[in-house]
Design a protein around this ligand. Structure first.
Ligand code: NAG
Ligand code: NAG
Ligand code: NAG
Ligand code: NAG
Ligand code: NAG
Ligand code: NAG
Ligand code: NAG
Ligand code: NAG
Length: 302
């Protein structure tokens, strides 16, 4: 076997490793609350928390990706709020909630209250009702280290986009407060963004939360090519690749007015083939892995 094919094999191996590492959610961020107290293993608080986590794996209602759950009785009652990104369907949402809640409990193994944000969802639990409470903490910010080559233009275009999306998300109604969109920077670069509140926020509180998020992006991610601002009641994300699915599960249409009666499908027109990471990684991984196996067996036969 020539050195060029060995090099090729090494290249494939590194690709496979890269793809494997993407199977872990690199987007996972979490916070264990130090101020809400700890629970004792195998006592009712933990049992109630486990009840909530097991419900995430088996949710049968979709509810547009938002859940307000509780289990048990005071003083061991556990409350939880969970939100899936606005473009996820029920399967992706259930998978994300189960995974995120399970991981979160492992990371915060004794804390009564904790929060996690992953690629497709947000999970919070606590020993108090979280519903409708606009809160400032916990919060975090994660960014892509690459900088825009034209920072002023990038910043200006992005600000306009975020302000539009913020207004659209806040006005989204009681089922889902989510907006996604793109804008063109200069002649060739496109920036894609999503903004979302938990829909228990009213329009005013959602807007307040998203404005905080926009201010935080200014201080934490200014000039960066990608960023996620993660708060208890809202999230903001932008990237230079289209990281979201353009076709979100449609909300029920408002009561039809007698003059305009579009067909149910007319208001919902996919504009381009779906290109989320999830649809691409797995086939790509399978292909690389198959090639890797083929080449490994060639090596062994030599
Ligand atoms: C809660 O548990 C963590 C470790 O899991 C520990 O560091 C912390 O001191 C505990 N807090 C209290 C109030 O016992
Ligand atoms: C929930 O997540 C755990 C941990 O990742 C996994 O072991 C389990 O199979 C998942 N359950 C379902 C129903 O997907
Ligand atoms: C949210 O869940 C809590 C705990 O079960 C409950 O008290 C509250 O009424 C729920 N809120 C709504 C609007 O469902
Ligand atoms: C907005 O958030 C504040 C702080 O959590 C809360 O007291 C208030 O009830 C919320 N407003 C509405 C209309 O839900
Ligand atoms: C991006 O800009 C920041 C602040 O100017 C700088 O600290 C950082 O090193 C830059 N990142 C890269 C990848 O050049
Ligand atoms: C980006 O734009 C905002 C709003 O126009 C401004 O406040 C901020 O200073 C700008 N940041 C940079 C780094 O240019
Ligand atoms: C950008 O968003 C518009 C809708 O505002 C959409 O029609 C278009 O396909 C998007 N462009 C790209 C490159 O995704
Ligand atoms: C995008 O959303 C549509 C509608 O929910 C769904 O049919 C499609 O499978 C999704 N695509 C990806 C890649 O998630």
């Amino acid at each position: 076997m020539g050195s060029s094919s060995t090099t090729f094999l090494l290249f494939l191996l590194s690709l496979a490793t890269l793809t494997l590492s993407q199977l872990n959610d690199v987007y996972f961020q979490h916070d264990c609350s130090d101020t809400s107290g700890n629970y004792t293993a195998n006592r009712p608080y933990e049992t109630n928390l486990n009840t909530i986590i097991s419900r995430f794996a088996t949710l049968t209602d979709f509810n547009y990706g938002f859940f307000n759950l509780s289990a048990g009785q005071s003083p061991d009652k556990v409350y939880s709020i969970a939100l899936c990104r606005g473009d996820t369907n029920q399967d992706a949402c259930n998978t994300c909630l189960n995974y995120t809640a399970t991981e979160l409990k492992q990371f915060c193994s004794r804390n009564k209250a904790a929060t996690a944000w992953s690629q497709f969802c947000l999970v919070r639990y606590a020993n108090r009702d979280l519903y409708g409470q606009l809160e400032n903490d916990p919060r975090t910010c994660a960014f892509n280290p690459m900088n825009a080559s034209n920072p002023d233009q990038f910043n200006q275009t992005l600000n306009e986009l975020l302000n539009e999306l913020s207004a659209e998300a806040a006005a989204g109604g009681p089922l889902r407060k989510y907006a996604a969109g793109n804008a063109t920077v200069g002649s060739s670069q496109t920036v894609y963004a999503t903004m979302q509140c938990t829909p228990d926020m009213d329009e005013q509180n959602c807007s307040t939360c998203l404005n905080f998020a926009i201010n935080e992006y200014q201080s934490c991610c200014s000039t960066r090519l990608g960023c996620r601002v993660l708060r208890p009641n809202c999230v903001l994300r932008f990237e230079t690749n289209q990281f979201y699915n353009q076709t979100a599960v449609p909300l029920p249409s408002p009561p039809p007015s007698p003059t305009t009666s579009p067909s149910p499908t007319a208001s919902f027109s996919p504009t381009s083939p779906p290109t989320s990471m999830a649809s691409l990684e797995f086939p790509a991984f399978g292909f690389v892995f198959a090639l890797f196996l083929t080449l490994s067996s060639m090596l062994l036969l030599n």
